[in-house]
Design a binder for this molecule. Sequence first.
Ligand SMILES: [Zn+2]
Length: 93
Amino acid sequence: MAVAPWCTTVECEEDVKKRSEAASLAAAAAASAAAGEAAGEADERALSGAAKTLCMPFKEELDKMGVPEMAEGACCFACERAAVAFTLWGRSY
Ligand SMILES: [Zn+2]
């Protein structure tokens, strides 16, 4: 899981999902090739490994996690837009 400044747009989340899917697909394929598994098994595992937004923590929770205040003019971690809020991201398994 990761806390990241995010622009909160749907387009951006879709983009992150796509990119994380591609990354986990490659990683799973490499892992299963090393383990001598069929590629199909790796695909199944990778499809459930995409990153997604879990929630937007409240300020108090961010404080507890030690996340600093959003900097003025901070950018989204995934695109060029301005960051709107810190968001908790995770992988679905
Ligand atoms: Zn973004």
